[in-house]
Ligand binder design. Structure first.
Ligand code: ADP
Ligand code: ASP
Ligand code: MG
Length: 407
């Protein structure tokens, strides 16, 4: 009998009625002859509320206590779902990350899964139980509770599916699949029946929060068939597949945006070899990811460098560059939190020319100024003023004719 992993997000378990509906769905899957392991997120916006509460107590809550607090959200939903399944006359057991042994690396937040102990899950499945697992949480080797980053219940699900050698991993959410753009921003966005792991990974990294990017990375690495679909309907969703399975190669699969970006500019740097390396090495040492970079010749043998980081990394990055300022002798530092990154993603980009030019001209026609650009084989990203984000996404989406025809 094959194992199926099903993951339900916050909206899918937002209240008692929804929890009962999820219970019916998972029971049906067991009735169809599968062993079922379920991963659940916290109910509704519980994680946001708990974060808010922590910040009412402390401007800078200790990471350990924050992980302790946030992990309670998932503990509530697994217990309720197990009760709902029991109520339907089936056997279920809820398990926390610690009880399973979802072992993570040393950090309290944004922790990475290193190993999942499959013995408890398998023994409960073999007893005929539906196993209900808390998403988003793990345990360090020192027995400390950790969390895996916002939206990471998806990652728990694919990691569990990979560990158990599940037949597939189904991600149930509040949209019925992966769209060419966020359907809340682009009303005529089109549902994709298939998307490759690589494109989905880029889309998730670049702002499409329908899947956590690490979940896609794991699914690709361990060949887990991934199906994104709706909790509230029966429609076929989106299959995330290998490149080789794509029958027709599309040029652009999707357009994303990400407002959680900040720009830092270092003005009046000495224009000598090795300066950029020193700065970026220090930032990398602090585990901060730098994304787009531009360098301009400044005045009098100097140069200006601007780069972007995730907004959450702005303060620590500033600390680092401030500490380098006098030593390196640059004139000033400026920051800008009002930027957004918009991106077009598609594997077909590799074999088509002029894609970047079309994206830039769509933005130009819309009157949106491009501040920075970065490209890879399968994506083009532009930093723009965040006030224009939604308009820019729609313009690029239209340019590549990604929408439904009748809308
Ligand atoms: P869950 O709580 O189930 O994990 P999320 O809120 O994390 O759900 O992700 C689902 C949301 O992702 C949708 O409501 C949608 O607004 C958003 N989203 C962003 N980009 C896309 C996209 N390209 N396709 C589908 N949904 C998207
Ligand atoms: N509850 C966590 C969050 O809101 C994890 C998740 O939903 O995937 O980020
Ligand atoms: Mg999510």
């Amino acid at each position: 009998m094959g194992i199926i992993v099903q993951k339900f997000g916050g909206t899918s378990v937002a209240d008692a009625t929804k929890v009962k509906n999820v219970a019916k769905r998972i029971v049906r899957t067991q009735e169809e002859g599968h062993q079922v392991a379920v991963v659940v997120s916290a109910m509704g916006d519980t994680t946001d509320q708990l974060t808010f509460l922590a910040h009412e107590i402390s401007a800078n809550p200790p990471d350990r206590e924050l992980a302790m607090l946030l992990s309670t959200g998932e503990q509530v939903s697994i217990a309720l779902l197990a009760m709902a399944v029991t109520e339907l006359g089936y056997q279920a057991i809820s398990l926390t990350g610690t009880q399973v042994g979802i072992v993570t690396g040393g950090f309290y937040s944004e922790a990475r899964i290193q190993h999942i102990n499959d013995s408890r899950i398998l023994s409960e499945l073999d007893k005929g139980k539906i196993v209900i697992l808390a998403g988003f949480q793990g345990v360090s080797i020192d027995n400390e509770i950790t969390t895996l980053g916002r939206g990471a219940s998806d990652t728990t699900a694919t990691a569990v599916a990979a560990t158990l050698g599940a037949d597939r991993c189904e991600i149930y959410t509040d949209v019925d699949g992966v769209y060419t753009a966020d359907p809340r921003v682009v009303p005529n966005a089109r549902k994709l029946s298939r998307i490759t792991y690589d494109e989905m990974f880029e889309m998730a990294q670049l702002g499409a929060k329908v899947l956590h990017s690490r979940s896609v990375e794991i699914a690709k690495k361990f060949d887990v068939p991934l199906h994104v679909r709706s909790s509230f309907g029966e429609d076929e969703g989106t299959m995330v597949v290998k490149d080789s399975v794509m029958i027709e190669e599309v040029v652009i699969s999707g357009v994303t945006s990400d407002k959680d970006q900040a720009k830092i500019s270092l003005l009046g740097l000495p224009d000598t070899p090795g300066i950029a390396a020193q700065i970026f090495q220090k930032v990398a040492d602090a585990n901060i990811n730098i994304d787009m970079i531009i360098q301009n010749a400044g005045q009098d043998e100097t140069a200006d460098i601007s780069f972007t980081v995730a907004e959450k990394d702005l303060a620590p990055t500033l600390g680092i560059v401030e500490s380098l300022k006098s030593n390196m002798g640059f004139r000033s530092i400026s920051t800008d939190k009002t930027i957004a990154k918009i991106s077009a993603i598609g594997i077909g980009m590799q074999s088509h020319v002029g894609i970047a030019a079309r994206m830039f001209s769509a933005l130009g026609t819309e009157g949106v100024n491009i501040q920075m650009i970065s490209t890879s084989e399968i994506k083009i990203s532009c930093a723009i003023d965040e006030r224009h984000t939604e308009r820019a996404v729609r313009a690029v989406h239209d340019e590549f004719e990604l929408g439904n025809v009748a809308s």
